[in-house]
Design a protein around this ligand. Structure first.
Ligand SMILES: NC(=O)c1ccc[n+]([C@@H]2O[C@H](COP(=O)([O-])OP(=O)(O)OC[C@H]3O[C@@H](n4cnc5c(N)ncnc54)[C@H](O)[C@@H]3O)[C@@H](O)[C@H]2O)c1
Length: 411
């Protein structure tokens, strides 16, 4: 099915000379999904026309939130026939000829399955990271990428690349501001995620709602959350690691689940560039700090989520607006809408994506998304195995994780 654009009365929306609205369907009406969908609605000509979710309560809260938002923007409520619930909601949404763009904001385990349905149906897709939680999914996503038509645009949710201070820094690093880069360090220290509990739920539902604690559903913290910093490293270094060694474990957490609560990874990139990455995810206290530092022959660069973004040395530069914030002063945002250096990231990301749909050229970010997911999987594999793993050894592994229960029970 080809996706078309709905013609509306010409008017200017946030600088777009727009006579088009992109009909937007949200798949997964949770925390992040709703935040990104709202950013589309407020900052672009995309209009929420359809909602889909596995669970009644989450679909209903999406309906309430987006009908109120649509009303405040002078738009119609979501048509009841475009509300899809249950394990086949993603297929019904993909089958609808009243939707142009599908935003995939379901737990990571489902991303590739949902991406396949949306791409096959000819939709534009905004797919949250990670694109694949294991080797089998990552390879499947690469096969899906080959079927994307030139008229389809596909983005992956690495909004940090679109944060203006980070984009400005990356441009300078790629232009050689640091000269030869020798070493990179990065960290992602975040609080624990909050338990979700519902009266009378079974163990599979509990697991699904607390997917962040579950390796198979999330990919573990390195693949699910730390991926943003590893993506920035790949982006600034212009490629993926060739091998990794890692340690880590589940040293503090005692609640349900099997994700690790800390990782220490040493990635080796081409030209013997080392990226030393450390992460933690536990504790209710306000510890939140994430960022990247790059060290080169002519200077160093700092790229935190909060705090000054700058280059020292012979090509010294700094992003003026981030000078006022203190290192580590940012608050953690479970919905990904971070303050400080990332405050405009979502807005810029969705605008750039909608521009690619309306004016072209179309994006196809699946292969880049897979490259970063595989980089994280490499670190995770090295950690679980407690030995060095090369990129080729990783790709040769038959890692194919199973859910272990039937989603049909939620039909
Ligand atoms: N880019 C970022 O900064 C960022 C930040 C947070 C989360 N995320 C990503 O966004 C995604 C969603 O995260 P969240 O925090 O919104 O989670 P969430 O648990 O708040 O929401 C997930 C939603 O998906 C629904 N769902 C679960 N399985 C489904 C299925 N099989 N079919 C249809 N619906 C299903 C759930 O009912 C829920 O409403 C994840 O992939 C996460 O990694 C990205």
């Amino acid at each position: 099915m080809a996706s078309g654009l709905l013609l509306l009365t010409p008017h200017t929306v946030f600088g777009y000379e727009a006579n088009t609205a992109v009909r937007h369907g949200l798949l997964g009406c949770g925390n992040r999904g709703s935040s990104v969908a709202e950013s589309f609605a407020r900052n672009t000509p995309a209009r929420i026309v359809a909602l889909a979710d596995l669970f009644d309560d989450n679909l209903a809260s999406g309906q309430g939130r987006f009908n109120a938002l649509n009303a405040s923007l002078g738009q119609a409520p979501v048509d009841r026939k475009l509300l899809f619930r249950g394990p086949h909601a993603f297929e019904e949404l993909a089958d609808s000829n009243e939707v142009d763009l599908i935003q995939i904001s379901t737990p990571p385990f489902f991303h590739v399955q949902h991406l396949e349905a949306a791409v096959t149906a000819g939709k534009h897709v905004y797919c949250e990271k990670p694109v694949g939680i294991d080797i089998a999914q990552a390879k499947h996503a690469l096969a899906i990428a080959k079927h994307v038509k030139s008229s389809q645009s596909i983005d992956v949710g690495f909004q940090c690349r679109n944060a203006p201070p980070i984009a400005a820094l990356a441009e300078r690093i790629k232009a050689g501001a640091l000269a030869k880069i020798a070493a990179v360090s990065g960290n992602y220290n975040a609080p624990a995620s909050i338990e979700k509990k519902r009266e009378g739920e079974g163990k599979d539902e509990y697991r699904l709602r607390n997917w962040l604690w579950d390796r198979v559903l999330s990919g573990d913290i390195l693949v699910e959350q730390n991926i943003h910093i590893i993506d920035l490293a790949n982006w600034m270094l212009g490629g993926h690691p060739l091998k990794a060694t890692a340690t880590g474990g589940r040293n503090i957490l005692t609640h349900y689940g099997n994700c690790w609560d800390n990782y220490q990874v040493d990635f080796t990139y081409p030209n013997d560039v080392h990226f030393s990455f450390a992460s933690t995810q536990f504790g209710a206290g306000g510890v939140f700090d994430a960022g990247l530092k790059l060290f080169g022959a002519s200077g160093s660069a700092t790229c935190p989520y909060a705090g000054p973004i700058a280059i020292t040395g012979s090509n010294a530069w700094s992003w003026q607006d981030s000078q006022a914030t203190l290192p580590g002063s940012g608050n953690f945002a479970a919905n990904g809408a971070f303050p400080d250096n990332l405050k405009d990231a979502d807005r810029e990301k969705v605008r750039t994506f909608i521009d690619s749909i309306i004016s072209g050229p179309a994006h196809n970010q699946i292969a880049d998304g897979v490259e970063t997911a595989l980089s994280c999987i490499l670190g995770r594999m090295a950690g679980y195995q407690k030995q060095e793993v090369t990129w080729d050894q990783m790709l040769a592994r038959k890692e194919d994780w199973q859910l272990g229960f039937d989603l049909e029970q939620f039909a």
